[in-house]
Structure formats: structure tokens, C-alpha cells
Design a binder for this molecule. Structure first.
Ligand code: ATP
Ligand code: MG
Length: 712
């Protein structure tokens, strides 16, 4: 790169920043915290700062560490810097916490008892390992569900706690779990493997036990930059603090109002700690929003102002007014999808690229209705951050049941579900069935029956017989019951729904919602074969690749992104704010939901359209829906409300004052077994609104807020 060229670009990219942004980008020395609202250019400042450091030779690319929230964001930052500097830049440490930590860990793996080629386990493998340990120790899996044990261990890891650090005084009553944790870590070492939490935890151990390694990295990393700082957990914070100790050149950008991963261990408190741990840190606030119109900004700011625990900030924009946020009532979810489909077509006709439009949902089941509508209208779309509805694991499993009921020779469907949920039919049996099928030239289900007559052992034989009896019974039921009803029966009687209900992982409730949505979808068809054909055709249609696609994603995956037009459907009590968040975390949960609403609205550049349904089809049938309290919280001067009948109204419907019944009463009942991080296991003996009286195994009776305990 020649020098003249360099200066020219320099002038360009710095000139486009406002004074506060420029200060933030140019204050390269010493700790800096940039605390600012959505769309104020935080990410842009971070990128510019990085380019500035490189361009002024303050450091080599390999001496800069930049943390982004996703791999995609890392890629974008890399491209942006290359673009700013006019040439590609390699060797930079840009990535997520996990990817950067593993990069530091590998060369020194031996020092934490691993080999350099260690594997990173996925959650399936982790679970299998936990189960092995529980079994080996004779620990009751009913009382200590493996998923719960795993999530407790993961939360410990998020907090930087190795087994040794969890002192028994702090963790009364959970000796058993600490022991499982210890063994789990030992087993991982034998396997030469690490889980995601370990990547940071091992780094911390590595640094602590080997000061020379830490010093090496401290000297190397001259500048550290962190985006989306409000969603870091304690381990990540400790890691940053160690690495930045020497250079002190740590710049974190974040927005407390956009902290939406509390449920995954993120610590909003890290923002407050920053000033304490880095005395003399500069706090820079950016207040000019460059993304949205004043109307959208007013709506988003009005909504978030209803949260009580926040640092508070002002936002303004130079932009011209723009349109008010449209709040549109619809009759039901079909009507909602139709309305949004029509709007999208109008936008297309006006020349808007589909890539500039997004639909942000609260729960993943909501995507189904939109996907169907867009397929019908021929609007190409993609679902970001997850598979499309009919490709989801639980939907594929459920479809496999239906396929086998309709088509007894469907070997693929058979193989998918014969042992899902577990029926004690192991891999050896399945291999044997395969051998029979090949030798006899028959389908797998037929081979399975043959296997029962010839080779199968008692328990396996009974299980296979029972399975086929069930399938036959469900097939007969189709003659008398509606196909949607039969689908429900299949999901219940097969134990499939129960399997997910008992599953303690974070995604299980969403999967149950998807299954309910599947039943809704089936109701729209004449018969199961008709429905199955629809699904195959839909999936086939979907395969064509397209450049310009509309985006559908959850609010959580939309963080940091922006679109010209944003649709926010399903703003109804129970769906958004989501009932589960309220049940599990009470007011803190409600405030996190409100921050999600703020994230959603503030993704929009030109237009934001919020929709709600008057009724929504739930598992039990049609249910009256109540518009979300968040709708009422959007200031009237920034929003227009149109009812389903097309009438524009000023006043908000009175039903907005609805408050759902106190949630914990629903989730917990007397006698439930629970787990508390500090006091361990116990049983609920009394419930008083959101306070639970719990008899703990080791520490006697205590009254505890419901959001501090987990159902065991
Ligand atoms: P979020 O909180 O949503 O992550 P952010 O604070 O990171 O937002 P950016 O994404 O960096 O904000 O910027 C928002 C938009 O404003 C981007 O399109 C960016 O290019 C634009 N922008 C930021 N600063 C300026 C500026 N000084 N002049 C013009 N456009 C700007
Ligand atoms: Mg950003």
C-alpha cells in the first residue's frame, strides 16, 4: 500500500465519524468503555479503531485481539477493515470468545493436561458423558436429570469455577454434583476433549498456573477490543482482564439495554465492574443514532424506558421524521402471515430488495406460518440461526411417525424413530435388522418383524412388538378420529412429547411449541398423506438457491443487525413477553423480554411494523390472545394502531391492562423437587406467590424466590 493512498483513505474514514465517535476511535491508549444505545455506531467505531491502529502502525495485525458475538460478525469486521485500509489484512485475532480462546489454548494444551489435537465436544457428547458418570456412580437419574446436571456444570464454568474453586461452604448440599463435575473433567482429559465452557476455563487455568504463558500473550496483545460487551459472562470477563492487565488497552463497547442472554450466563454486572477493575477507565457515551428514523427511535426508547434496572441514556437523530411505527392487529396467525406477505409484495413492487426486509419472531414455532405463506406467494426467504420449520429435528421425528403409520414399508422413517424415544432397542439389534433386510430383500420394518420371530431377545422382541402394535392401532384410529387428533395421540402415546417434556435442555420448550404448531399445520389439510406430500413439495421448492432473500429469525439472533423494514409479529401476552421468561425469572425476566423488544424495534432503519393476533391456535384449540403490554408501552406519538377490521384507533384497547396470573404457581407445586445453586436439592413444602418454602436436604427449611431455583 503506498503512503499517499493510505492518507487519502485515512481522511475518508475518520471524517465520517462524529466528534464523540472519533474520540472513541482515536483514544487507543488505556481502558475505554463505550456505553451507548442501539445504532449509535459502536460496531463502526470499533472497526474504525482497529483500522486506525493498523494504519498508524501502533501494532501488527497479530497484536490485536477483537471479540465479536458471532463468527459471521467476525467475518464482516475483517472484510470491513480490509476495505477501509484498501488491502487484505491477515493474522488478526478477530473472532468469538470461543474461537479466540481455543486458538490460545491449543499450542499450550499439554499444560492443562490435553494434547494439542484435542476435540471439542458437542452437547450430545457432553450429555452422554454425564450419563456414563451418573450410571457408574449409581446416581439416580430421576433425581438428578443428566441435562440439569450438565447445565449446572456449564453455569459453573461460565462463572470461571473449576471443581476446586467451588468450596463446599459455598455449595452446601451439592457435594454430589461437585464430585460429578470433578469426574466429568477427568473423563474429558482421558478423552483428550474439551467442551465449550472449557475453552475459556482451561485458558484461565493455563494463565494462572503458567505466568510465562500469560505474560507472552499479555505482551503480544497490545490492543483488545470487544463488541456486545453487555452479553459477556464472568469467565470471559476474567479472561479479558488477565490479557489486558499489562497493556491496559482494552476497549469494550456495549449497551446495557441490549443484554438479552442472562438466561445463558451473561452478566450485566460486567459493565459495572469495568470501572472498578480498570481505574481511570474512560467512559464514552455516544448519543446520535444513525440507523433509525426519529419515530422508530422514539418508539424503541419509550419502550425501554419502562425498565427500572438500567443505566439510562439519551438518543437522538438528525434523520427526518419518517413513518410512525405501525401496530397492526390481525384476526389470527393466518391473517397475520397474509398481512405481512401482502406488505412484502408491495415493498417488492416499490423496488425494495428482499434482503432489506426481516421478520423477527420471539419463538421459533412462529416461523412456520410465514414460511408457508412465502412459499405460496413465491417469496424467497431464509431462516437465520436455525433450520427451516420442516427441517427441525423434532418435526422430522414426528413426520417419521406419520410416514410409518401411512406407509408400513418406510424403512427410513422406521430407523429414525424405532428407538426415539428410547425403547431399549440398541444398535446391535438395528444392525441385525439391516442384515435381515438386505439378505431377504425386504423393507426394514418387515425385517424387524422377522427379527422378532428369529433372533431377538425377550426384551427387544417385546419392545418391537409393542411398537408395531402401536403403529397399527394408530392406523386404525384414522378411520374414526380426525387426522389432527390422531397426530396428537401418536405424539403422546409414543412417548415422544414426554421425552421432550422431561428434557431439561434450554431448547426443549421451543421444540414442544414446534410440535404443537405441527398439529396446527396438519389441521389445515384434508388428510395426513395430503399433508406429507405438501411437506415434501415445500422442501423441494425450497432447494432453489436465491441471492436476494427475505430474512426470518428470532429476536435473539438479530442482535447487531439492521434492515430497512422490520416486521415484529406475535406481540401477545404469553408469547411476547414469553410466559416462560416470566415464570422462570419474574420481573427480571420481564425486563429481559422488554430489552428484546428494544433490540427488535431498533433493528429497523425506515419502518417497523408490529403485529398481534386476536386469537391464536394453541394445542387445545383457538384461544383469545391479549395484545402485549409492550404495545401499550410504545408511546402513542410514535405509533399508529390499526385494528384487525382496518379501523385506526387512538386509544389502546382496554384489554392491554391485562396482567397474567402470578406465574410461579403454574410451574411449581407442593412436593416438587428443586435444585438451588447454593443450597442444593430440596422439596417444595409451601408456595406463597413467587416465594417458595423449601425443605433442603442438608440445610433445613428456607424461603426462596422462585426464580432462583430450578426444577429438578
Ligand atoms: P447496535 O447497538 O445495534 O449493535 P451499533 O451501535 O453497533 O448498533 P452500528 O451498527 O455501528 O451501531 O451503526 C449503525 C448504523 O449507523 C450503521 O449503518 C452505520 O454504518 C451507521 N453509522 C454509524 N456512525 C455513522 C456516522 N458517523 N455517519 C454515518 N453513518 C453512521
Ligand atoms: Mg453493534
Amino acid at each position: 500500500m503506498n503512503l499517499a493512498n493510505k492518507t487519502l483513505i485515512d481522511a475518508d474514514y475518520l471524517a465520517s465519524l462524529n466528534p464523540a465517535q472519533r474520540t472513541a476511535a482515536l483514544e487507543t491508549e488505556g481502558p475505554v468503555l463505550i456505553l451507548a444505545g442501539a445504532g449509535t455506531g459502536k460496531t463502526r467505531v470499533l472497526t474504525t479503531r482497529l483500522a486506525y491502529i493498523l494504519q498508524n502502525n501502533l501494532a501488527y495485525p497479530s497484536q490485536i485481539l477483537a471479540v465479536t458475538f458471532t463468527n459471521k460478525a467476525a467475518q464482516e469486521m475483517r472484510e470491513r477493515i480490509s476495505h477501509l485500509l484498501g488491502s487484505p489484512v491477515d493474522n488478526m485475532w478477530i473472532g468469538t470468545f470461543h474461537s479466540l480462546a481455543v486458538r490460545m489454548l491449543r499450542p499450550h494444551a499439554e499444560l492443562v493436561g490435553l494434547q494439542r489435537n484435542f476435540t471439542i465436544l458437542d452437547s450430545d457428547d457432553q450429555l452422554r458423558l454425564i450419563k456414563q458418570i451418573l450410571r457408574a456412580e449409581g446416581i439416580d437419574e430421576q433425581k438428578n436429570p443428566p441435562k440439569l446436571v450438565l447445565s449446572i456444570i456449564s453455569r459453573w464454568k461460565d462463572r470461571g469455577l473449576t471443581p476446586e474453586k467451588i468450596t463446599s461452604s459455598e455449595q452446601t448440599g451439592s457435594h454430589l454434583l461437585i464430585d460429578v463435575y470433578k469426574q466429568y473433567q477427568e473423563r474429558l482429559k482421558i478423552l483428550n476433549a474439551a467442551d465449550f465452557g472449557d475453552l475459556l476455563l482451561h485458558c484461565l487455568t493455563l494463565f494462572k498456573e503458567n505466568p510465562f504463558v500469560l505474560e507472552g500473550y499479555q505482551q503480544q496483545m497490545r490492543y483488545l477490543l470487544v463488541d456486545e460487551y453487555q452479553d459477556t459472562n464472568i469467565s470471559q470477563y476474567l479472561w479479558l482482564r488477565l490479557l489486558a492487565q499489562q497493556s491496559q488497552n482494552l476497549c469494550c463497547v456495549g449497551d446495557d439495554d441490549q443484554s438479552i442472554y442472562g438466561w445463558r450466563g451473561a452478566e450485566i454486572g460486567n459493565i459495572l465492574k469495568f470501572e472498578k477493575d480498570f481505574p481511570g477507565a474512560k467512559i464514552i457515551r455516544l448519543e446520535q443514532n444513525y440507523r433509525s428514523t426519529p419515530q422508530i427511535l422514539g418508539a424503541a426508547s419509550g419502550l425501554i424506558s419502562k425498565n427500572s434496572s438500567r443505566l439510562g441514556k439519551t438518543l437522538w437523530t438528525n434523520d427526518k421524521a419518517g413513518e410512525k411505527v405501525l401496530i397492526r392487529g390481525t384476526w389470527d396467525s393466518v391473517d397475520e402471515a397474509r398481512f405481512i406477505g401482502d406488505e412484502v409484495e408491495t415493498l417488492q413492487r416499490q423496488g425494495s430488495p428482499l434482503g432489506s426486509i426481516a421478520i423477527l419472531v420471539r419463538a421459533s414455532f412462529q416461523t412456520r406460518e410465514f414460511e408457508e405463506r412465502f412459499l405460496k406467494l413465491g417469496i424467497p426467504y431464509r431462516v437465520i440461526g436455525g433450520p427451516r420449520f420442516y427441517e427441525r429435528l423434532e418435526i422430522r421425528d414426528a413426520l417419521a411417525y406419520l410416514r410409518l403409520v401411512i406407509q408400513p414399508d418406510d424403512g427410513l422413517a422406521f430407523e429414525r424413530i424405532i428407538n426415539t424415544p428410547r425403547r431399549g432397542i440398541g444398535t446391535t439389534s438395528i444392525q441385525n435388522i439391516h442384515i435381515i433386510a438386505r439378505e431377504q430383500g425386504i423393507s426394514l420394518p418387515r425385517a424387524a418383524l422377522l427379527f422378532c420371530e428369529t433372533g431377538a431377545k425377550g426384551a427387544t422382541r417385546t419392545a418391537i412388538h409393542k411398537f408395531f402394535e402401536d403403529i397399527a392401532r394408530w392406523r386404525r384410529l384414522l378411520e374414526t378420529e380426525s387426522h389432527a387428533e390422531v397426530t396428537k395421540i401418536i405424539l403422546d402415546e409414543s412417548g415422544y412429547t414426554t421425552m421432550w417434556r422431561e428434557d431439561k435442555s434450554a431448547d426443549a420448550p421451543g421444540r414442544l411449541e414446534n410440535l404443537k404448531e405441527l398439529v396446527n399445520a396438519i389441521e389445515e389439510f384434508e388428510s395426513i398423506p395430503g399433508f406429507l406430500e405438501h411437506v415434501s413439495l415445500v422442501m423441494e421448492n425450497n432447494k432453489q438457491s436465491q441471492e436476494d432473500l427475505l430474512s426470518i429469525m428470532t429476536l435473539h439472533s438479530a442482535k447487531g443487525l439492521e434492515f430497512d423494514v422490520v416486521f415484529l409479529p406475535g406481540w401477545e401476552e404469553g408469547l411476547f413477553p414469553h410466559q416462560r421468561a416470566l415464570q422462570e425469572s419474574g420481573n427480571a425476566g420481564l425486563e429481559e423480554e422488554r430489552r428484546l423488544g428494544y433490540v427488535g424495534l431498533s433493528r429497523a432503519r425506515r419502518r417497523a411494523i408490529v403485529t398481534y393476533c386476536l386469537q391464536r391456535k394453541m394445542y387445545q384449540g383457538w384461544q383469545m390472545a391479549v395484545p402485549s403490554r409492550f404495545i401499550r408501552e410504545i408511546p402513542t406519538e410514535h405509533a399508529t394502531l390499526i385494528q384487525p377490521n382496518g379501523n385506526e384507533v387512538d386509544a389502546r384497547p382496554s384489554s392491554y391492562s391485562y396482567t397474567p396470573p402470578p406465574a410461579p404457581a403454574h410451574t411449581f407445586k407442593n412436593g416438587d423437587r428443586i435444585f438451588h445453586q447454593k443450597f442444593g436439592y430440596g422439596d417444595i413444602i409451601d408456595i406463597d406467590f413467587d416465594r417458595l418454602e423449601i425443605e433442603f436436604e442438608h440445610t433445613g427449611t428456607k424461603k426462596i424466590a422462585a426464580n432462583f431455583v430450578l426444577k429438578a
